[in-house]
Design a binder for this molecule. Structure first.
Ligand SMILES: CC(C)(COP(=O)(O)OP(=O)(O)OC[C@H]1O[C@@H](n2cnc3c(N)ncnc32)[C@H](O)[C@@H]1OP(=O)(O)O)[C@@H](O)C(=O)NCCC(=O)NCCS
Length: 168
C-alpha cells in the first residue's frame, strides 16, 4: 500500500520481504550512531518491521514506511511519522533513515518535506517535531531545510535530543 510519493521517492507499507534490506541498514553502526538503541540484530529488525506492517498498531495512520527510490525501484531506507508522548504532550515525529549510497542528494529533505505536508493535509496534524541527537548535523540540516526550529532540549539520564518543531 502506497502512503505517499514525491518526485524521486515512494513510501509504502513494509512487506516481510523488506527484512534483509532493512537489516543491512540497521546493522550499520554509522547509520545507527545517533539512535538510543544503536544497531539492531536481525531478530530486532524483524520485530520492528512486523510492528509496523499495518501502520503503528495504536495509530495505524502513522508508522515507518519502506522508502523506495523511484528511478531504480530500489529500497533505500525507511521514513515515516511516529507518535511519542514527551512531557505529557502528544507529539508526532518526522523520522528518516537512508542508505549511505543515497546521502547528499537532497532525498531526506524531499522525504521530510512530503511527510510534513502529509501530516498536515492528510492527517490534520497541527505540529510536527524531529528528535535529533546534538551531533547529528545532517539531520539538523534536514530539519532546518523543512522550516523547523529548535524548540527545546529533551534529556533523561541516558540520552539527550534536540526537539525541533514546526507548527502548521
Ligand atoms: C540524516 C540523513 C537522513 C540525511 O540524508 P540526506 O539525504 O543526505 O540529506 P539531504 O541530502 O537532504 O541533506 C540535507 C542537508 O544536510 C546537509 N548534510 C548532509 N549530510 C551532512 C553531514 N554529514 N554534515 C553536515 N551537513 C550535512 C546537506 O548538505 C544538506 O544541506 P544543503 O542542501 O544546504 O547542502 C542521513 O544522513 C541518514 O540517513 N543518517 C542516518 C540516520 C539518521 O541519523 N537519521 C536521523 C535521525 S534524527
Amino acid at each position: 500500500m502506497v502512503i505517499l510519493e514525491t518526485e524521486r521517492l515512494l513510501m509504502r507499507r513494509f512487506q516481510i520481504s523488506d527484512l534483509d534490506a532493512l537489516f543491512a541498514l540497521y546493522r550499520d553502526p554509522m547509520l545507527r550512531q545517533f539512535f538510543p538503541d544503536g544497531t539492531l540484530t536481525y531478530q530486532e529488525t524483524r520485530e520492528e518491521l512486523e510492528w509496523f506492517l499495518h501502520g503503528h498498531p495504536q495509530h495505524p495512520k502513522l508508522g515507518l514506511w519502506a522508502t523506495i527510490y523511484k528511478p531504480t525501484e530500489s529500497f533505500i531506507g525507511r521514513c515515516g511519522l511516529l507518535p511519542w508522548t514527551i512531557n505529557q504532550r502528544q507529539e508526532v515525529e518526522i523520522s528518516y533513515l537512508l542508505d549511505k549510497a543515497y546521502w547528499g542528494q537532497g532525498l531526506a529533505t524531499e522525504a521530510a518535506q512530503a511527510l510534513l505536508r502529509y501530516g498536515y493535509d492528510q492527517l490534520q496534524l497541527t505540529r510536527l517535531i524531529c528528535l535529533i541527537h546534538p551531533h547529528n548535523h545532517a539531520s539538523i540540516n534536514v530539519a532546518h531545510k523543512v522550516g523547523m526550529t529548535l524548540d527545546y532540549v529533551h534529556e533523561d539520564e541516558k540520552w539527550r535530543d534536540l526537539v525541533y518543531a514546526h507548527t502548521r
